[in-house]
Design a protein around this ligand. Structure first.
Ligand SMILES: [Zn+2]
Length: 113
């Protein structure tokens, strides 16, 4: 059973992977730079920080987490509850179109040739 919430959860996990991956690169390169005494590795850390920052900005302003019904940006709602791997369960309706997030939808399948 695919619902709007299932699709939102997938978008949340993808956004969280980008943000945590960027922070992981940031922290990992910082630790490696200090352990190996290689300050140039800090440049990799800056890249990781930029990846995480871009992920956060993208979620909040450019619509990474969109309502499957109306394409309204629900990223601020997700971020306001503390980003997790799922959409907040206490949010029952889209704040833009009012559609219940537990509405079943047909998953778009790959076109067959
Ligand atoms: Zn909507």
């Amino acid at each position: 059973m695919t619902t709007y919430r299932t699709l939102l959860d997938e978008q949340c996990r993808a956004a969280l992977r980008q943000i945590l991956g960027g922070f992981g690169i940031f922290v990992g390169s910082g630790l490696l730079a200090s352990a190996l005494d290689a300050p140039l590795l800090l440049l990799v850390g800056i890249l990781g920080f930029a990846i995480a920052g871009y992920g956060i900005v993208r979620v909040q302003f450019f619509g990474t987490i969109l309502c499957p019904g109306c394409s309204g940006n629900l990223g601020l709602t997700w971020m306001s509850r503390g980003p997790r791997g799922s959409f907040p369960s206490d949010v029952k309706f889209c704040s833009f179109c009012g559609t219940s997030l537990d509405t079943e939808v047909e998953r778009r399948s790959q076109p067959t040739t």
